[in-house]
Design a protein around this ligand. Structure first.
Ligand code: HEC
Length: 93
């Protein structure tokens, strides 16, 4: 049991590190499908005064996706935050 938990954790860590770029790619697709731009334009993300770090960005994306009923998993939310970060916010992580 302990071994299984450990390898699951290791695998997750591996996936998280190797998918940082793929995450942004998936995030782009999710973002476009969810019609986020019905309320937003690129300027919202480029000139943000509210979001100060990647964690806040992710929290905000999560709040908005809930409002739209997109029903993303945490991983999807993370991918979209990666995408917005890459294109607009450019926070260092
Ligand atoms: C119904 C309109 C609406 C839709 C659709 C919407 N949002 Fe938002 N979003 C808002 C509003 C309003 C705010 C500002 C909230 C505030 O001022 O605290 C916001 C804020 C944000 C921010 C923070 C902007 C900043 O100041 O840096 C992000 C990031 C964001 N939304 C992402 C998304 C994503 C991703 C989606 C698609 C899943 C989405 N939003 C869909 C209304 C919307």
């Amino acid at each position: 049991m302990k071994i299984i938990t450990k390898s699951a954790l290791l695998l997750t860590a591996l996936l998280v590190t190797t998918s940082a770029y793929a995450g942004a790619e998936d995030g782009k697709e999710l973002f476009e499908e969810a019609k986020c731009m019905e309320c937003h334009n690129a300027e919202d993300f480029d000139n943000s005064k509210k979001v100060k770090n990647f964690h806040q960005l992710q929290t905000r994306v999560d709040a908005c996706q809930r409002n739209t009923g997109a029903e993303w998993f945490d991983e999807d939310t993370h991918d979209v935050a990666e995408y917005l970060n890459k294109e607009h916010y450019k926070f260092k992580k």
